[in-house]
Design a protein around this ligand. Structure first.
Ligand code: FPP
Length: 250
């Protein structure tokens, strides 16, 4: 059974072996709403509400980074009304997060290409990042107009600029150089990737950072994903044998 009593699941988690960085593909908002005879927008709102609880719980446990896939570079293909709704929701979330996640000490960052976003959202991102920058709790990366391939292009452009300016010898480029050009520069790789709603694919999410991530696919849609489910995902993560291409030392 996926659900366990909260206390019981918590006891199963080894707090000394937490994933440092959790990535979340919050899928299934639309299906959650449809099942209830509600518009898709209701699923997105419920998903945004639930997200606060998940980030709070991850922070309480001691997880250092969480990246959530809020809007992909491909999501512009959705009907305009849905895109507009998601953008408004994100704007409200960024505005509200300063207050509602303050007690949780959450530091908020946006990752993705900003220039396609409205000026209002761009300005709000800057304001929210600035207001939360000095917090010491979990770093929450909101992937917004984010695509893993676009991020690699972004990094490649930086390297090319440096090479063209004579600051970098192309032959000396290392993985670290590429890493430093990513939106997540300076952050650890993703250890645990969670995707809800039963789909088992990556959908252009953090292609570089998930190289050695453990993947956990959860059947329930995102609005039904509760802190107890996060515990269960972490427990699954802790029971996996991670070898990073090597062999067990046992
Ligand atoms: C995928 O479900 C979900 C999205 C494309 C948006 C995710 C956004 C939220 C959870 C809320 C906003 C986020 C923040 C940070 C405020 P889907 O719509 O593809 O669902 P479906 O596959 O059932 O149609």
């Amino acid at each position: 059974m996926f659900f366990k009593k909260k206390k019981e699941v918590k006891r199963d988690i080894d707090l000394t072996k937490l994933p440092q960085h959790i990535g979340v593909i919050m899928d299934g908002n639309g299906r959650w709403a449809k099942k209830r005879g509600l518009p898709r927008s209701a699923g997105h709102s419920a998903g945004a509400e639930g997200l606060k609880k998940i980030v709070t719980e991850a922070n309480n446990l001691g997880v250092k980074y969480i990246t959530v896939y809020a809007f992909s570079t491909e999501n512009w293909k959705r009907p305009k009304a849905e895109v507009d709704y998601l953008m408004n929701l994100l704007l409200g979330y960024l505005k509200d997060a300063e207050r509602s996640l303050a007690g949780e000490n959450v530091r908020i960052r946006a990752i993705g290409s900003r220039k396609e976003l409205s000026k209002e959202i761009q300005e709000q991102i800057i304001a929210t990042e600035k207001l939360t920058a000095d917090r010491s709790g979990i770093v929450m990366n909101i992937a917004l107009n984010y695509g893993g391939r676009e991020e690699l292009v972004h990094s490649a452009k930086q390297l090319c600029r440096r090479a063209a300016a004579g600051e970098l010898d192309p032959e000396s480029i290392t993985e670290k150089d590429i890493d430093q050009g990513l939106y997540t520069a300076g952050q650890p790789d993703v250890d645990l990737l969670i995707r809800t709603s039963g789909e088992q694919r990556i959908s252009n999410f953090m292609l570089w950072q998930i190289s050695y991530a453990e993947m956990v696919f959860v059947d329930k849609p995102w609005p039904d994903f509760k802190p107890e489910d996060l515990h269960e995902c972490i427990r699954i993560f802790q029971n996996r044998g991670r070898r990073f291409g090597g062999v067990d030392n046992a």
